[in-house]
Design a protein around this ligand. Structure first.
Ligand code: UGA
Length: 440
């Protein structure tokens, strides 16, 4: 493999993972962020978030000298043959994507770009962004038309970021020239040689592949959650139903786990941004589909609060509730738009005394919800509880001993909002178990 000099702009979740993985592939990588503290920590080998397997790659990159960090755009402009744009595109007040980090990065980078370099966008953006960005950068860069731009969306999941970056299901190359495609093939030469497919297409298609992938994942989750409501109403069991659906190869098992719905920094904001793009394009079918998906998803949280109120005897006021899980999903300390943390906040707002536990997300949760109580162990959270809520399906909660918990609570009632606990084992230990998507 011919190593390249790559830069990574934005040292957040996506950027730091990409930078460490590209250095692991043998490239020389220089990563930039405007947050000086973040750069200082990354240069010292510290991750600003929890991600299994990433820290060793970061340290390896630093030790070999293949991975370095800077805050100077001049330095990265002089260094890079390929510049990966990895800045965030958060949700703006109107639901559309806020592209200001991207435009700031492009404005800062353009004057320093060398002739013949390639900018490769990885951030999730509305269709049309890449083409507009290329025009702006070419107008501002002294290198002008000698600067090329591609869109190479990222599909990594938090908790699996390293494997998803180095061994994705596919690479998507949105390009306007054969040379841009050839350069991207050089960047990913090793995984491509391992047989991972790469699909080349136009810029707008590549942008839309990413948002429609996330939209499809969201549709699947809201679909099964709507069916969970039907199961509760009809006296059926959504877990058994999902197992039966999964054996139809056209439907499959993955991404169809019912429960508390989706959260995090991607799916919720991406379906809203796609909706805004579709509205601007006049595509009403996408607008209404994604509005329903969003509403069904939001309803999951109020549904679990209602279940808790009912299980607590009709009122939450003064009830002690142990909440298991705060992260938006297991193997992550991310609480951005976390359904679990949102439920805890709503319970507390309704007068419940919530004591929450999470293996890694307590610090982040405390910053958002200082009014909650936090426990270091599950037993401490459950002490004297009137009700236990299982909110994020960490492995350690699946393997809890129901008898040990039974010994410390005031009332043996648990709500399984993720449909994964062994109901029979809990019932045998004297618990009343209520599960989302089951009538009893
Ligand atoms: C998601 C996509 O899965 C990635 O492919 C994509 O690259 C990423 O967004 C992104 O755009 O950056 P992520 O947000 O890390 O990744 O998490 P997922 O594993 O997709 O889970 C999202 C949410 O859906 C979580 O709250 C999870 O609990 C929920 N979920 C997931 C379900 O409720 N049911 C499921 O079956 C699967």
């Amino acid at each position: 493999m011919q190593p390249l000099r790559l830069t990574v702009i934005g040292v957040g979740y996506l950027g730091l993972t990409h930078a460490a993985c590209m250095a692991d592939l043998g490239h020389e990588v220089l990563a930039i962020d405007t947050d000086h503290e973040r750069i200082a920590r990354a240069s010292a080998g510290e991750l600003p978030f929890f991600e299994p397997g990433l820290e060793p790659l970061l340290r390896k990159g630093l030790d070999t000298g293949r991975l370095r960090f800077t805050t100077s755009y001049q330095e990265i402009g002089a260094f890079g043959e390929v510049h990966f744009l990895c800045v965030g595109t958060p949700q703006a007040a109107d639901g559309a994507a806020d592209l200001s980090y991207l435009t700031h990065a492009a404005d800062a980078l353009a004057p320093h770009l060398r002739s013949g370099c390639l900018i490769a966008g990885k951030s999730t953006v509305p269709a049309g962004t890449a083409r507009a960005l290329l025009a702006t950068i070419r107008a501002a860069a002294p290198a002008g038309e000698q600067v090329d731009l591609a869109w190479n969306p990222e599909f990594l999941r938090e908790g699996h970021a390293v494997a998803d970056t180095l061994h994705p299901d596919r690479f998507v190359f949105g390009v306007t020239s054969p040379r841009a495609e050839a350069v991207l093939r050089q960047v990913y030469a090793q995984p491509l040689a391992d047989g991972i497919p790469a699909l080349s297409m136009g810029l707008e298609t590549a942008e839309l592949v990413k948002v429609s992938a996330n939209a499809f994942l969201a549709v699947k989750i809201s679909f099964i959650n709507a069916v969970a409501d039907a199961c509760e109403a009809a006296g059926a069991d959504v877990t058994q139903l999902t197992a039966a659906l999964a054996l139809d190869e056209r439907i499959g098992r993955r991404g169809m786990a019912p429960g508390l719905g989706f959260g995090g920094g991607c799916l919720p904001k991406d379906i809203r941004a796609f909706r805004a793009t579709a509205a601007a394009l006049g595509v009403q079918s996408v607008v209404s589909l994604l509005a329903d998906v969003d509403e069904i998803n939001k309803s999951r949280r109020s549904h679990v609060v209602d279940m808790a109120r009912a299980a607590a005897g009709g009122t939450l006021s003064g009830k002690k509730i142990a909440a298991l899980g705060l992260a938006f999903k297991p193997d992550s300390d991310d609480v951005r738009d976390s359904p679990s943390l949102d439920v805890c906040g709503r319970l507390a707002a309704d007068g419940a005394i919530v004591t929450a536990h999470d293996p890694v997300a307590v610090d982040n949760a405390t910053r958002q919800h200082p009014e909650l109580r936090y426990a270091k162990t599950v037993l401490e959270a459950a002490h004297d509880a009137d009700l236990v809520l299982h909110l994020t399906e960490w492995d350690e909660y699946r393997s809890l001993d129901p008898a040990a918990l039974a010994a410390v609570v005031a009332h043996r009632t648990i709500i399984d909002a993720r449909c994964v606990l062994d109901t029979r084992a809990w019932q045998t230990a004297g618990w009343t178990v209520r599960t989302v998507g089951r009538s009893a």
